[in-house]
Ligand binder design. Sequence first.
Ligand code: ZN
Length: 278
Amino acid sequence: MSAVPVFLYHSVTSDPPPWIAPYTVTPRAFTEQLDRIADAGLTIIPLRRLVAAIRGGPALPARCAVLTFDDGFADFYWSVAPLLTERALPATVFITTGAVHPPGGAPEGSLLPPAAMLSWRQIATLDALGIEIGGHTVTHPQLDALPAQRVWHEVVDCKRRLEDALNHAVYAFAYPHGYSSNAVRRTVREAGWTSACAVRNALATADRDPMRIPRLMVRADTRPELFTQWVRGGGAPVNPAGESFRTTGWRLYRRTRALLGRPVGGPSESGTLSRESG
Ligand SMILES: [Zn+2]
């Protein structure tokens, strides 16, 4: 089967806070990208359809793509949802539950710097519109640098909070910063999540691990030519199997820094992500 681009967006706005600006696309660029996908004849399918195919379910259309949005920025509600509903396109939004508006209030809160985030009411409305709501932890930590018990809390409490708010089960998870490890993936599975998205800047296929679905991050500086290549099934590796030495070495460094109380990598999906591409 052909490779499936699973696109990862963050904020879609013309006026982002500086910390997320490099990972933000304007509504105009986003609309052009939707047009490019349509012009290339790709069908945008729900993430759960790709997951079902990975699990041996119905085959996918010959050429398709998936749209995902991380963190839960409020601009999804105002800028993205109208475009998607107008075109009847599916998407998944991964919510950092501790960052949901209004912020604060123990025991929640998140490591994400201030930004306009979705409210629980908006999240419920998106759910009712058919947008899939997924989980992205409570506080947005680097899960692979955390002790096992805190990983469990992050993935279980996030799921519970979303299910309480929506009155139904949720199944799709995404690792903050794209970071996971064998132990993290096992914990996410044990918590009841049935799929998990990484970053890895690669195309997906339907014959690999549903707990490690690679995605292509669309950034402010993503050139239209590269986006077109992705849409055509090129411009990136297809589902790389293992982790490079550089990735595992970088994780060891981050874990050591975290143990010393000096975490690296900042709270956002920062530039460190490029190191996870291997
Ligand atoms: Zn994130």
